[in-house]
Design a protein around this ligand. Structure first.
Ligand SMILES: O=C(O)C1=C[C@@H](OP(=O)(O)O)[C@@H](O)[C@H](O)C1
Ligand SMILES: C=C(OP(=O)(O)O)C(=O)O
Length: 446
């Protein structure tokens, strides 16, 4: 896990354009859910294209600790032998969630309605992140918690069976909270309802249905309403995981920014609840073409052809935030090289990710020579009109705060800079995109 890895500093410098073709690894959100739902289905689920990043491996280890078998075959296909809803075993040791908020919050939902007790631990970044947002609804369902002060990890969760079905209106737009409640609803007799005023990524709904759960999605008074009927029996599935748009984002922005680039990124998931970054970049003038639109594993997918473009700053509509919540760090990099001003708002949630991504990106980009104003809920960036940012001074490096997306965003800024950008630690990149540096090198030498 990244929290035990020694820091791995690296300087990212300018050089060749990005050309040829790259294929990004599997979607992190879908990979987590494949393993969790596979472990809750009685029988064998097979997963092709699973993201083998540290976050997903933390989910796999946790499901093994609760009785499932989760193994990688020689052909790279993962096999999950599930125990069935209601039959998870008591883990004998703490569940080490590493750096992964998704593993932690979704698994708290899974454990909450099983008659087992689990201790959740994580690295220094995860241990600062708010868990009250899942503790609240899961407590209403009957689970009990002993959390660290402020509702953080390490945390002990005592699940309960039978749990109480609830109707829960999400106070914050979070797919993790929505999913935690729905997963708790799997082993809860009756109807568990989540009301979502602002739609968030819908992978849990799609996949729960795919595994045979009875789940209804409707709209009432402008809100999405999801009803989960428990107790559910899940049927094992063959899953193909599409490429992760959140990983593709770094290559899209790098190709837009580096002169001479013409890159195809294959197999990019384009679920509308995830893909807003590409629309925003097109609105800024980015040349991003979809090739061969198709379906992979029930999700829309295309290859993206991206060419170097002159970008213009815009005001980003806060309504798109949930559909690109993880993509703002790299959007800020694009904005720093655009012509004119880019204004973002409604980004309070960015302050409680792996790091405070508003402050981390404001500091990192400023150190690299960009003009950035930090506001309470967003950044305002005055672009350089296509001039490369100077880069970090000789004796300074940007601080990534155990945040993979800050590291990758600033790597992209580095390849589009004049003198290079030094990043203090690239080790966290392995949480979501272990092949990032190798793929970047391959695109620059194609
Ligand atoms: O459900 C998921 O898989 C995720 C939901 C988002 O978090 P929030 O639910 O906290 O917004 C996102 O930032 C995270 O990377 C993955
Ligand atoms: C926020 C992220 O992940 P998580 O919440 O799972 O740590 C992310 O991958 O950017």
């Amino acid at each position: 896990m990244s929290h035990s890895n020694p820091p791995s500093p690296k300087r990212f410098t300018s050089g060749s354009a990005l050309t040829g073709r790259v294929r990004v690894p599997g979607d992190k959100s879908i990979s987590h859910r494949s393993i969790m739902l596979g472990a809750l289905a009685a029988g064998e689920t097979r997963v092709t294209g699973l993201l083998e990043g540290e976050d997903v491996l933390a989910t796999a280890a946790a499901m093994r600790a609760m009785g499932a078998s989760v193994e990688r075959g020689d052909d790279g296909v993962w096999s999950v032998h599930g125990v069935g809803v209601g039959s998870l075993l008591q883990p004998q040791q703490a569940l080490d969630m590493g750096n992964s908020g998704t593993s932690t919050r979704l698994l708290m939902g899974v454990v909450a309605s099983h008659p087992i007790t689990a201790m959740f631990t994580g690295d220094a970044s995860l241990s600062k992140r708010p868990m009250g947002r899942v503790i609240d609804p899961l407590s209403q369902m009957g689970a009990t918690f002993e959390a660290s002060p402020g509702g953080t990890l390490p945390l002990m969760l005592r699940g309960i069976s039978p749990a109480v079905p609830i109707t829960y209106r999400l106070p914050v737009a979070s797919a993790q909270v929505k999913s935690a409640v729905l997963l708790a609803g799997l082993n809860t007799a009756g109807v568990t309802t989540v009301i979502e005023p602002v739609p968030t990524r819908d992978h849990s709904e799609r996949m729960l249905r795919g595994f045979g759960a009875q789940l209804e999605v409707g709209e009432e008074d402008g809100a999405r309403v999801i009803r989960m009927h428990g107790e559910a029996d899940l049927t094992p599935q063959d899953i193909v995981v599409p490429g992760d748009p959140s990983s593709a984002a770094f290559f899209v922005v790098a190709a837009l920014l580096v002169p001479g680039s013409d890159l195809v990124i294959e197999n990019v998931g384009l679920n509308p609840t995830r893909a807003a970054l590409f629309d925003v970049l097109r609105d800024m003038g980015g040349r991003i073409e979809e090739l061969d639109r198709r379906e992979v594993g029930g999700e829309p997918v295309a290859d993206l052809r991206v060419r170097h473009s002159v970008l213009t700053g815009i005001e980003v509509d806060p309504a798109v935030v949930p559909a690109m919540v993880d993509e703002f760090p790299v959007l800020f990099v694009a904005a720093a090289l655009a012509q004119g001003t880019t204004t973002t708002s409604g980004l309070d949630e960015l302050r409680v990710k792996e790091s405070d991504r508003l402050t981390a990106m404001a500091n990192a980009l400023t150190l690299a020579g960009a003009k950035v104003e930090e506001r309470e809920d967003g950044l305002v960036i005055e672009g350089s009109a296509g001039d490369p940012l100077p880069g970090t001074p000789e004796d300074a490096e940007v601080t990534t705060h155990l945040d993979h997306r800050i590291a990758m965003a600033m790597a992209v800024a580095g390849v589009a800079s004049r003198y290079g950008i030094a990043v203090d630690d690239t080790a966290p990149i392995a949480t979501s995109f272990p092949t990032f540096e190798a793929l970047l090198a391959s695109a620059r030498s194609a």
